[in-house]
Design a protein. Structure first.
Length: 519
């Protein structure tokens, strides 16, 4: 079990409504939401709870920080706690970080191999209206996970080494790994580790190390080391990309580098670089470059189409707004020029006209906001990894092969059917749905039965006859009749019996269809 806080870009202007829209999967009518509930809100309806939380946040105008805490709690593959256990886990984790009395919206997602749920927490207390920021929440979350694993009998995950609390570079490493795992693109942090460490170590180990030599070495890979705050950063020479030097290696802290090289001196080298960082795919396949260019062109087109649609929405909204202003200006003028109506009556009519005008303007703003949300959903740009998965699910075998060469690798199950692959295309069968995973493996499901195609092996999630029959159906389509079985004795016995029965049925069918030699 892992609990993780999701840092949000542009947190100061972030919206609880947008986060609620995402975790409730409103754009897809909640297809990936298995369960949802609220905490410490007056009602149980998600939409009403969202409005209540937004109203509570509006009561605090002092804080300049984000008023929402986004928490994700996930379980290991195959784990599926009951709804009561999920609620108890959510309550315990939130209590551990000091949010037991705060308003929360929770949504359980079942669209991935790992069951997980999102918790959108209002950091503004509903009674005191103070914005509470938890202290050392990373370690409290880790401790809460360990307690839940023991209490609910969950599989034990790797925990934080509390002796290394001060090693902040581990957090930067984790962010870089997360970025690469979700996007499928090389992070600047890991690119610097790969290319800069050999250069810096070589210069520091030289007979006469100096800042000039270090700057020259880094210039060859289009990097430069600069002072920033109380330490050093390694940054790109032309792009706005940098990473803290001590995050790359502890020996690159300001104190340790100046101890070897003396007081810091700015770079003067204009040496041309032989290699430079470019955000590109991690996948190593001959078709990667071609598919990546196609992905970039589609991404640019979606951005262009979104920009055009937003301009149309803004233009149409401006015209409708002006119509409302003109309509009520005319009504006010008609009241004003009417000689029969008395002054007191006119003042009341002016007030009603203004109220009607404000009501129509609010309705127009809500309409435009929904149109913008639909435009964002319709023109949503996928990450490179997501785009490959989508292409593979649509039958693009090139995208499927590229996914298999990525950094993400998922474990195979204990019960497997293997053979020599004859067909690399996705299997199609009546009543069988498929889902491509980030490592290029494909999950085939029929009802509650699931098997996973890893390429040369097919793993079975369950030892019941239906699951094994589904695996055998897929295996015959991929490998033919030459099959090998590995796993539990029950699985191997069942699979071999099914294979023998299928072979006997095929022989009977061939015998019935045989008409003898032509005379």
């Amino acid at each position: 079990m892992i609990a993780k806080r999701v840092e949000r870009a542009g947190a100061r202007d972030s919206s609880f409504e947008n986060l609620a829209w995402y975790i409730l999967d409103k754009s897809n009518n909640g297809k990936k939401v298995a369960h949802s509930w609220t905490r410490n809100c007056l009602g149980t309806d998600n939409d009403m709870a969202t409005k209540e939380i937004v109203a509570t946040q509006a009561m605090n105008q002092r804080t300049k920080n984000d008023k929402t805490y986004h928490l994700v709690i996930s379980f290991q593959e195959g784990e599926c706690p009951s709804l009561d256990d999920l609620k108890a886990i959510e309550e315990h984790v939130c209590e551990k970080i000091g949010y037991q009395d705060h308003q929360r919206l929770v949504a359980v997602h079942n669209d991935t191999d790992n069951l997980h749920f999102h918790v959108a927490i209002n950091k503004v207390h509903p009674e005191t209206y103070r914005a509470i920021e938890p202290y050392y929440d990373k370690f409290k979350l880790d401790e809460a996970c360990r307690e839940c694993e023991i209490r609910f009998g969950l599989k034990v995950d790797q925990r934080i080494d509390h002796k290394k609390r001060r090693e902040g570079f581990s957090r930067a490493n984790a962010k870089a790994e997360d970025m690469e795992r979700h996007s499928g693109l090389k992070s600047f942090h890991n690119w610097v580790k790969e290319h800069a460490i050999p250069v810096i170590d070589r210069e520091l180990a030289g007979s006469a190390p100096s800042w000039e030599k270090l700057h020259e070495g880094l210039a060859e890979i289009d990097l430069v080391i600069r002072k920033r705050g109380a330490g050093f950063v390694i940054s790109h020479r032309s792009k706005k990309l940098f990473v803290k030097a001590s995050f790359i290696k502890r020996e690159y802290s300001k104190a340790k580098l100046e101890k070897v090289l003396g007081p810091f001196r700015e770079a003067e080298s204009q040496k041309r670089s032989r290699v430079s960082y470019e955000k590109g795919p991690l996948h190593r396949h001959k078709d990667t470059s071609q598919l990546y260019q196609l992905y970039l062109s589609e991404k640019d087109k979606k951005k262009s189409d979104l920009k055009e649609e937003m301009l149309q929405i803004r233009k149409g909204g401006g015209e409708l707004f002006q119509e409302i202003v003109d309509k009520y200006a005319l009504k006010r003028r008609q009241v004003k020029l009417d000689p029969i109506i008395r002054k007191q009556r006119k003042r009341n009519m002016y007030r009603k006209i203004q109220e009607q005008k404000e009501k129509e303007i609010k309705e127009l703003k809500d309409l435009l906001a929904s149109r913008r949300q639909l435009a964002f959903t319709h023109h949503k740009t996928l990450s490179w990894q997501q785009w490959l998965i989508h292409q593979a699910e649509c039958g693009n075998t090139q995208a499927l092969e590229v996914l298999k060469t990525g950094k993400v690798k998922k474990k195979e199950g204990p019960d497997v059917v293997s053979g020599r692959e004859k067909s690399g295309s996705l299997f199609e069968g009546a009543g069988i749905s498929k889902r491509v995973r980030s490592d290029g493996s494909v999950v085939y499901s029929r009802g509650r039965q699931e098997v996973i195609d890893h390429g040369q092996k097919i793993s079975v999630k369950g030892d019941d006859q239906g699951s094994v029959e589904l695996a055998m159906q897929l295996a015959r389509a991929k490998f033919g009749t030459e099959l090998q079985f590995a796993g539990s004795e029950k699985f191997k016995s069942l699979a071999q019996n099914l294979a023998a029965r299928k072979e006997a049925q095929q022989k009977d069918l061939d015998r019935k269809n045989y008409r003898g030699p032509e005379l």
